[in-house]
Design a protein around this ligand. Structure first.
Ligand code: AMP
Ligand code: TRP
Length: 334
């Protein structure tokens, strides 16, 4: 039984790629925001395995990444009692709705998607699914009549397309979809790479030492933080422009504790970088240990399947009703 607070009146929807590595940057900049938003919005959160296969994927790896992502999200505070968390491919109505939308989207409009242009340039042998990807995303969104779609700026064009498709469908066949609004979620706190603190900590980084992964063991985390790039001053001061390494460590510490920047500058006045790094490392280890403990309890547990089974029944019913309404509007019935 879901326990929504009375203040929850609007809904949001987020699809997440099962890409394998989740970093501390993803946690601070995205997952924790989602956990906060669940208090205010009815939230649909799903693993977009059907979007993942628009580029070649190793089946065994994809399977592991899907399960791991769900377990990690729940371990990070995405509360299954407050969200609909599910696997996209287990709700076949997304694909059904997507086909009806494909037949109502102009080729020209779809050809303008910049992400497709970028991705198709990188691999000339791209598959048709890479091109129609934004229509499946529109189906994900429009199936649930959500109010807002929180996405990074790179996905804004896709949400606008979903809105246009809905507008056009409503005009042609009568009111069928709620028009979703895009909600840009650029986090104020960017966690930077530990080795190259001038760039964002990213799962696609080619230097492992610069990124903290959510499932890194405590000793690995300590080693990475102790090896973080700093500067030759011996001054713990927040100054992202001139002291990007130290400022990044301060950001990490303040994001994961009650301390403010000012507290940390005061606590470490006259102390050396080694002491400061040990302090930051313990804050990160403490936060991630709790998450990892929950993760390992869940990953092979039937509890995880129970959560997904319960949710899929609810969301399938919602999407099925939308699919049937679309078919009816389009004259697809006996
Ligand atoms: P990505 O891993 O680039 O696909 O990003 C997924 C989400 O995590 C987006 O909402 C990003 O804004 C957020 N994110 C990724 N890396 C960082 C980072 N280093 N600091 C803060 N937020 C991040
Ligand atoms: N395309 C999004 C991405 O690559 C993932 C996604 C799929 C999504 N369906 C969605 C995001 C629906 C928001 C809403 O990150």
């Amino acid at each position: 039984m879901k326990k929504f607070s009375e203040s929850v009146t609007k809904s949001i929807l987020t699809g997440v790629q099962p890409s394998g590595v989740i970093t501390l940057g993803n946690y601070v900049g995205a997952i924790r925001q989602m956990a906060k938003m669940q208090e205010e919005y009815l939230s649909y959160i799903f693993v977009v395995d059907m979007h993942a296969i628009t580029v070649p994927k190793d089946p065994k790896e994809l399977h592991q990444n899907i399960r791991s992502l769900v377990a990690l999200f729940i371990a990070c505070g995405i509360d299954p009692e407050k969200n609909f968390i599910f696997l996209q491919s287990e709700n076949e109505y997304h694909a059904n709705i997507s086909w009806l939308l494909e037949c109502n989207t102009s080729f020209g409009e779809l050809s303008r998607m910049t992400q497709f242009k970028d991705k198709s340039k990188k691999n000339v042998n791209f598959k048709a699914g890479l091109f129609t990807y934004p229509i499946l995303m529109a189906a994900d969104i429009l199936a649930y009549d959500v109010d807002y779609v929180p996405v990074g700026i790179d996905q804004k064009q896709h949400v606008e397309l979903a809105r246009n498709i809905a507008l056009h469908f409503n005009k042609t066949y009568g009111d069928t979809f709620k028009l979703p609004d895009v909600y840009i979620t650029e986090s104020q706190t960017k966690i930077m790479d530990l080795i190259s603190p001038d760039k964002k900590m990213s799962k696609s980084s080619d230097n492992e030492k610069g990124i903290i992964k959510m499932l890194d063991k405590p000793d690995v985390i300590r080693k990475k933080i102790m090896g973080a790039t700093t500067d030759s001053e011996c001054l713990i001061k927040y100054d992202p422009l001139n002291k990007p390494g130290i400022s990044n460590l301060i950001n990490i510490a303040t994001a994961l504790s009650q301390y403010s920047i000012h507290d940390i500058e005061n606590m470490f006045e006259g102390k050396n970088y080694g002491d400061f790094k040990r302090f930051v490392a313990e804050i990160v280890v403490q936060e991630l240990s709790v998450i990892q403990e929950k993760y390992y309890q869940l990953i092979d547990s039937p509890e995880l399947d129970k959560i997904l089974d319960e949710n899929i029944d609810i969301v399938r019913k919602i999407a099925k009703d939308k699919f049937l309404l679309m078919k009816k509007r389009m004259g697809m019935y006996r």
